[in-house]
Design a protein around this ligand. Sequence first.
Ligand SMILES: [Fe+2]
Ligand SMILES: [Fe+2]
Length: 135
Amino acid sequence: MAFIAWTEEWEIKIPQLDAHHKQLVSFINSFHDAIEKGKGDIAVYTILPELLNYTMYHFVAEEEIMEKYSYPQYKAHKEEHKFLVNKTINFYEKYNAGDINITAAVFDFMNEWFTKHIKGTDKLIYPFLKSKGYV
Ligand SMILES: [Fe+2]
Ligand SMILES: [Fe+2]
C-alpha cells in the first residue's frame, strides 16, 4: 500500500504543479517501499537522486509561475525551496560519512517537510492568482 495516498487535499488547483506534486509523492512512496523492504541503502543512491532532480525541476517551474504573476511571497517561498534542497544534500553528506540510519531520517524529513510545504506554502499561490483574475 502506498505510504502517501494522493487525495484532493494535496491539490493546489494549478494543474501543471499538481502533476509535478503527484510525481513527487510517487517518488516518496517508492522510497518508503524500499525502506520497508530493507532496501533503503540502495534507494538512497537510486530513488533519492531522482527525487532530488525532479524536485529541482519542479521548483524552477513553480518559481517561474510565481515570478510571472509577481506573487508577493515569491522570495520567502523560494527560500523554503532552497532550504529543502540544501537539507536533502546535507543528508547525503551525513550518509556518506557513515550514518546508517539516514534512510529513515531522510524519509521522515521528506514526509514532514514536503507535506507541510505542498499543503501549506504551495496552496497559497492559487488564491492569489484567483484574486487577481489570472485564473
Ligand atoms: Fe513550493
Ligand atoms: Fe511545489
